[in-house]
Design a protein around this ligand. Structure first.
Ligand code: GLN
Length: 295
């Protein structure tokens, strides 16, 4: 079989499997992309390489290896775990079962973070804290785009922090980012100009309804308690002691949670508050200015 035929067969196989699509999962099935990425990994090339070599025969050994990867995908493992990496913000992040796979919609948080950085005085310093950093995707993307800023990334999970530190070492020149093991602000001292977070925000009882591949991700990175807002509530209260006046708090959340979060932020004295839409036009990121009242 030629490479083109093998790819067509792999794509058809993944298309025929109906992965339950969950809106919550922020992830639509991408059978053609998955089939191509898995084949490219077996042949140690990339998607351009597949196109250039599409008339070449695929060896029996490679075909068997490809079949094994397709079977794992069919059993509900997401492509990122099988490949061991996920593209986010044009960078290739190592992922493992200890971290949430970065979602395309979370690039909205990076964009909003960049806008917040760019609103600070151009000649002044910028220190940024990314809570619940997981694979480090948001922290590393921001540092990659704005190398002059000082970035701290924290997570409660030492395993996740190790993944983030590995990604930073590979994707950023030294000193990269500073990784801190901490339950939210527990071990964080000092103030920051910007705090970003993509905390777990799925209501506990929604977890069993998530797509199989999402349920396999660490529940620690998904489960936000009864209404999904446990961590968000703690963050928006505690962040006031860790933001400079004029600083900004940016959080990803579910579109259905935006109204409640806006109210909670207003109660805590934040303003102005802005909601930013994700790729499907739903509000996914909320940004809140901190005026300086610490009460
Ligand atoms: N809605 C996200 C997902 O399931 C949840 C991620 C999160 O809790 N931060 O993809």
């Amino acid at each position: 079989m030629t490479l083109r035929e093998v790819l067509a067969a792999g794509t058809a196989l993944l298309k025929s499997a109906s992965f339950p699509f969950s809106q919550e999962a922020q992830r639509e099935p991408t059978p053609a992309l998955d089939a191509a990425l898995l084949l490219a990994s077996v042949l140690q090339t990339d998607r351009t390489g597949l196109i250039l070599r599409d008339a070449e025969p695929v060896s029996e050994g490679d075909l068997q290896q490809y079949t094994r990867l397709l079977e794992r995908r069919l059993r509900g493992e997401c492509a990122a775990w099988i490949l061991g990496y996920k593209e986010f913000w044009g960078l290739s992040f190592t992922v493992s079962p200890e971290v949430l796979v970065p979602r395309p919609d979370t690039e909205t948080l990076v964009e909003a973070g960049l806008a917040a950085i760019d609103r600070l005085p151009a000649d002044g310093p910028c220190t940024l804290l990314d809570l619940c950093t997981g694979s480090g995707a948001v922290a590393i993307a921001l540092k990659h785009e704005r190398p002059a800023i000082e970035v701290y990334a924290s997570d409660i999970s030492p395993e996740a922090l190790a993944v983030a530190a590995g990604n930073a070492a590979r994707l950023l020149p030294k000193p990269g980012i500073y990784a801190i093991e901490s339950d939210l602000f527990h071990r964080i001292t000092g103030r920051f100009h910007i705090i970003t977070a993509n905390p777990p925000y799925v209501p506990s009882d929604m977890i069993p309804a998530l797509a199989l591949e999402v349920r396999r991700e660490p529940h620690l990175s998904l489960d936000g308690g009864v209404d999904g807002l446990d961590l968000i509530r703690r963050i928006l209260v505690q962040a006031k002691a860790h933001l400079y006046p004029g600083g900004t708090l940016l959080m990803e959340a579910d579109p259905g949670q935006m109204q409640t979060i806006t109210r909670l932020l207003k109660n805590q004295g934040y303003g102005p508050i802005t909601r930013i839409p994700d790729l499907s036009g739903m509000p996914r990121v909320i940004t809140a200015g901190f005026t300086g009242s610490d009460s």
